[in-house]
Design a protein around this ligand. Structure first.
Ligand code: NAP
Length: 228
């Protein structure tokens, strides 16, 4: 596994800061991105305060964060996905990986969080791929890992992480990010067109959380080699 700097766009928010926390705890250098550099710096300071002064973490405006890494993670609401990508696409390095965590929940347009929106490209991740061009490899992942579970640093997760993308090597790179989080198991979900299915399962989990009065229901596939 090669550890490299991870840029987390929208890393000031619930999901992005939770992922950054877990990766920083595992020793990955992190750059938090935000629309406002100061907010990113504050979020980075908060994570360093939690993990200790040796933590390698900084905060920058989203385009600067995107330019700083070849492994960029997008954690903004669906309503903000297109604007965020427009703001960073010129900064993304050719050959870099964009990990898209966006779920197109109907809540983005005032609907229910238990329903997904239809995205013309097929999924939020495919929309992202169309926007950034083929020079950037989009990988869809982490949709079933809740922010609350990520923030509870002392508790391992209990979920599989479905990873979809058209570039096999890029999926393997994201495997390392999954395996950096205790209790998360990588599951190869195949090509990016499967992101449509992966994203929609989140709406199902939101409904399950509501019905079972829990906050972090997850997903486990049976019949796979546990070493995977
Ligand atoms: N929360 C979860 O448990 C969870 C689980 C799985 C997947 N996800 C997905 O992860 C993504 C982020 O979720 P979240 O709960 O972390 O969202 P969030 O906290 O509401 O927002 C994350 C960040 O996105 C930026 N942002 C918010 N509204 C924006 C807007 N209108 N325009 C531009 N930027 C905006 C903000 O950063 P700045 O203001 O600093 O720019 C914010 O801190 C979503 O697509 C969600 O579906 C979330």
């Amino acid at each position: 596994m090669t550890i490299q700097t991870v840029a987390v766009l929208g890393g000031t928010g619930a999901e992005g800061s939770g992922l950054a926390l877990r990766w920083a705890a595992a020793g990955w250098p992190i750059v938090i991105g935000s629309r406002v550099a100061e907010r990113a710096a504050q979020a980075a300071d908060a994570l360093r305060a939690r993990l200790g002064p040796a933590t390698v973490i900084s905060g920058r405006a989203n385009p600067d964060a995107a330019a700083a890494s070849r492994l960029v993670v997008l954690t903004v609401p669906f309503a903000a996905q297109a604007d965020t990508l427009k703001s960073v696409r010129d900064a993304l390095q050719p050959g870099s990986i964009l990990v898209d965590c966006t779920v197109p929940l109907a809540a983005a347009v005032g609907g229910r969080a238990t329903r997904v929106l239809g995205v013309p490209q097929g999924s939020a991740a495919q929309q992202a791929q169309e926007m950034v061009g083929r020079e950037v490899k989009v990988v869809s992942a982490f949709h079933h890992v809740g922010a609350e579970a990520l923030a509870a640093l002392d508790a391992p997760l209990d979920t599989d992480v479905l990873v979809a993308g058209d570039d096999r090597a890029a999926r393997e790179t994201v495997r390392a990010l999954v395996e950096a989080i205790p209790g998360a198991r990588y599951v190869d979900a195949g090509p990016l067109e499967n992101a449509r299915i992966v994203e929609s399962i989140t709406a199902l989990l939101v409904g399950i959380n509501i019905r079972y009065k829990v906050h972090a229901s997850g997903l486990r596939f049976t019949g796979l080699d546990r070493r995977e």
